[in-house]
Design a protein around this ligand. Structure first.
Ligand code: NDP
Length: 326
């Protein structure tokens, strides 16, 4: 038997609890992982609280990220004792995920632990940091460099926002952070933000085109914010869009695209091909040191996951939450 968070939905309603589970309950897969750490992402918060339709089948163990050690394997790439990492692939949505002491998975979804990072450190980075790096790679693919101009990061106090600020500033970019929590200004500056703006400037309906302010942006907020970001990018600027914290809608006009040559680059981390994942993790490993990860993350046990998921949905969590499942 082992412990895990279990989400159920039946005539008694939608609920999550800390449960004792049997190995025989685990889904099919060619690698059994003894999980060391998982994390709490926005998507996990939606799944655990039931505030978003993330879970596709019930019962479900949530957790889109995990790091651990291979306990059994019939996959040619992995042997017992290997340290591995997983982000996404529908784990915690369609297949039992990382918020449990064991997970049985398709070995094709796993990557070896990146050199230079411990299992705890990879989970402090988690999908948030990996997505921030994918977003930076999307900007670079479109020719953005530190010389291009300022880069705006929205949702600055979230997991993706924190890493986007830290990584961009370490790569030499001048970062403008947009937040609804101005009281966190000093913390955001410590992470690497050169300027901090209030998100209300961006979150209300705006004009089709505004002043050209930023060479590029990483947006985890969507909705009016993303529309205003597009309207405020410099000529041929690029925004990497990866989130929907304000909303899934995009009430924008085509003006920034057809008059300023702006690029809207979509970022998906979940189904990302393996080569991109390995490249993103290799790059971020050199940027995510222990001091940064400690300043961004806090650790909780499995028993605090459900209450922390509620806090996350209420916007009360800053940065990253690492879950020690043992
Ligand atoms: P968090 O909950 O940690 O952060 C979201 C941040 O967005 C908050 O901290 C807040 O920042 C801001 N925010 C929240 N509500 C609003 C609102 N109503 N209006 C404007 N800003 C708001 O989430 P993550 O950083 O983990 O994820 C961010 C987004 O990215 C989520 O939508 C998530 O689903 C998505 N995501 C997408 C991935 C992909 O593959 N495309 C992968 C990972 C995440 P502040 O307080 O500073 O304003």
């Amino acid at each position: 038997m082992f412990n895990g968070i279990l989400i159920e939905k039946d005539e008694q309603g939608y609920r999550a609890r800390l449960a004792s589970l049997a190995k025989t309950q685990l889904p099919a897969g060619d690698v059994l992982v003894s999980v060391s750490y998982s994390t709490l992402n926005y998507k996990d918060g939606l799944a655990i609280t039931g505030k978003g339709p993330v879970v596709r089948s019930f019962p479900m163990v949530p957790g889109v990220d995990l790091a651990g050690r291979v306990e059994e394997s019939s996959h040619p790439a992995f042997k017992v004792g290997d340290e591995v990492l997983l982000n996404g692939w529908g784990v915690g949505e369609k297949q039992w995920g990382g918020l449990a002491q064991k997970a049985r998975l398709n070995g094709d979804w796993l990557i070896p632990l990146p050199a230079g990072l411990t299992p705890w450190q990879t989970m402090a980075v988690g999908t948030a940091g990996y997505t921030a790096m994918l977003a930076i790679m999307a900007l670079e693919k479109n020719g953005v460099t530190p010389d291009s101009g300022k880069v705006l990061v929205t949702g600055a106090n979230g997991g993706v926002g924190h890493f986007a600020i830290a990584f961009l500033s370490r790569l030499g970019y001048r970062v403008v952070a947009s937040t609804g929590r101005p009281e966190e200004t000093a913390h955001l500056q410590q992470l690497g933000a050169a300027e901090v703006i209030n998100r209300t400037v961006l979150s209300a309906p705006g004009r089709p085109l505004g002043k050209e302010q930023w060479a590029a942006a990483i947006d985890s907020v969507g909705s009016h914010t993303l529309a205003n970001v597009c309207a405020g990018l410099q000529y041929q600027g690029t925004v990497a869009a990866c989130g929907l914290a304000q909303g899934m809608d995009l009430p924008a006009s085509v003006a920034p695209f057809i008059l300023r040559g702006v690029t809207l680059a979509g970022v998906d981390s979940v189904m990302r091909p393996r080569a991109d994942r390995v490249a993103a993790w290799q790059r971020l490993a050199s940027l995510a040191d222990e001091a940064l990860l400690q300043s961004i993350s806090r650790e909780i046990p499995l028993g605090q996951v459900i209450e922390t998921a509620n806090d996350l949905m209420a916007g009360k969590v800053r940065g990253r939450v690492v879950v020690d499942v043992n």
